[in-house]
Design a protein around this ligand. Structure first.
Ligand code: DUC
Ligand code: ZN
Ligand code: ZN
Length: 484
């Protein structure tokens, strides 16, 4: 057998275990994994390093307009480059439907934007306008293209669908084998809190955290799960930020609900105190759901280690600290008029490796699962997320010893700040490959604009989760009415 590349002498880590071995690559795919592989047009010495599946970033806002009309600072070129420097070989950003748009039009727009990517990409659709045409024709068409995840919002007036709208999406998604993702915060609780704070003139960034109470997330997570259970549809809760929200997920998941979830580094690395930095610095830390307290961090780490979350995702939502981003509505805008989100696509994996693996909170195998393998399984990326023959050669070679201090320049994005600035991390992805081609090598970019390819995804695999049969849908209990 001839190989284009052989990675030799490293420790191959999968979600299940690790072993000393070589990886042979031919035509963009992993062709062999063995104790020793000779040959190869190029041989990469991975001695003393970890050979991992490249990260799959499953939550990022790239070249996306928010509902308030603010364009994210990263497009598919800068966003994918930043992702690659952070150890990712592929990503699944969002393609957002705003009200009045057709899903076909949205996908065509993102196809044009995605063409610049240096890593492989797919999209989760965001649905804000579930008209009959969207539900009956457009979502099935998107699904047929391999877009098998639809995200909905329970908050924001211009995005939130209401419970009935969510049931419609959940039902269509279930019919086609797609998974519904949800941003779970109670919209009315947040709006009511905003009015209380505005009436008292409390508009500084730190009030953002007060305005979006933990209870608003907990209530909405609980409600979203009950809605999904009613129609027995798979559900993925994005960016869980509260201990009680995570606990609800854990209980429902282990009771058999077809439920999946993620949390993000910012909820573990930062706290609401960061919103109270001097002047308007706190605006850098405005994201939704908001940063919480230090006690939440310990609880979320516990849930990460115990398996409550499939993934730790970045929720990269880059808005610059200037009038194009955070201050589009003025340099002293009140917190509800400041763009929601922070960058983190390059920092996600180095931060998780350092704080998780190096500090002994999770194993290297859990790191692989949380950064890549579980996202591939949950979102139907059938050729990614594993180091095994036949899979795409999406690989990151990590030096687990190298220490560095996070700087904005190292993020390689189009931002002017990183919320992780100054943090000391150990562990660096030295070589990153997408489909067998080296795109980052020892801090240098080797990628070509547009070398990433769109990938369609398979239907969701609920992996033996038993699901839930509401008695009202059970013909044995509801006088034989067939509703499903
Ligand atoms: N939700 C996200 O997932 N990202 C940015 C802002 C938001 O509300
Ligand atoms: Zn969200
Ligand atoms: Zn997001």
């Amino acid at each position: 057998m001839t190989f284009d590349t052989v990675i030799h002498g490293g420790t191959v880590v999968t979600a299940e275990g690790q072993f000393q071995g070589d990886v042979g690559i031919a035509e963009g795919r992993i062709a062999a994994v063995a104790e020793r592989i000779e040959g190869g047009a190029r041989r990469i010495d991975a001695g003393g390093r970890l050979v991992l599946p490249g990260g799959i970033e499953a939550h990022a806002h790239i070249a996306q307009e928010s509902s308030a009309g603010v364009m994210s600072a990263d497009d598919y070129l800068s966003g994918s480059i930043s992702a690659a420097f952070g150890g990712n070989s592929s990503f699944i950003p969002f393609a957002a439907q705003h009200r009045g748009q057709s899903v076909d039009e949205v996908i065509a727009t993102y196809d044009a934007r995605g063409a610049r990517s240096v890593i492989d990409y797919s999209y989760h659709l965001i649905i804000s306008d579930p008209t009959p045409e969207v539900l009956q024709d457009q979502l099935p068409r998107a699904f047929a293209r391999g877009i098998t995840s639809f995200k909905v919002f329970m908050t924001y007036d211009l995005m939130n669908l209401g419970d009935a709208g969510m049931l419609d999406i959940l039902t269509v998604a279930r019919t086609h084998g797609a998974i519904t993702m949800v941003h779970a915060e109670n919209n009315d609780m947040v709006k009511w809190m905003n009015r209380q704070l505005a009436a008292r003139g409390l508009t500084a960034p730190k009030y953002h955290a007060i305005s979006r109470p933990e209870l608003a997330e907990e209530e909405a997570i609980h409600r979203a799960i009950q809605l999904a259970k009613l129609v027995d549809a798979p559900l993925f809760i994005v960016h869980v930020s509260t201990a009680r929200g995570a606990e609800i997920v854990r209980q429902e998941k282990f009771n058999g609900a077809r439920l999946f979830a993620e949390t993000c580094p910012q909820y573990l690395a930062l706290t609401r105190d960061d919103l109270d930095r001097p002047g308007m610095e706190g605006a850098k830390f405005i994201c939704s759901p908001p940063l919480r307290g230090a006690d939440t961090q310990a609880a979320l780490w516990h849930h990460i280690a115990q398996g409550t979350f499939e993934s730790v995702s970045s929720d990269h939502a880059p808005y610059r600290f200037d009038e194009t981003g955070k201050f589009l509505n003025g340099a002293d805008a009140p917190y509800p008029k400041i763009a929601n989100g922070m960058p983190g696509i390059a920092a996600r994996l180095p931060w998780l490796f350092s704080e998780g693996v190096v500090k002994g909170r999770i194993t290297a195998e859990q790191f692989v699962a949380l950064s890549s393998t579980n996202a591939a399984r949950t979102f139907g990326c059938t050729t990614k997320g594993q180091i095994a023959p036949g899979m795409d050669a999406d690989i990151a070679i990590w030096n687990p010893e190298t220490r560095r201090v996070v700087t904005q320049a190292d993020m390689h994005d189009n931002m002017d700040y990183t919320p992780f600035e100054g943090m000391e991390l150990q562990g660096v992805p030295e070589i990153v490959m997408t489909r067998g081609e080296v795109i980052v090598e020892h801090g240098s970019l080797k990628a070509r604009e547009g070398q990433g390819r769109f990938f369609g995804r398979a239907p969701v695999d609920p992996r033996g989760r038993q699901g839930y049969l509401a008695p009202e849908f059970d013909p044995a209990q509801n006088f034989g009415t067939v509703l499903r």
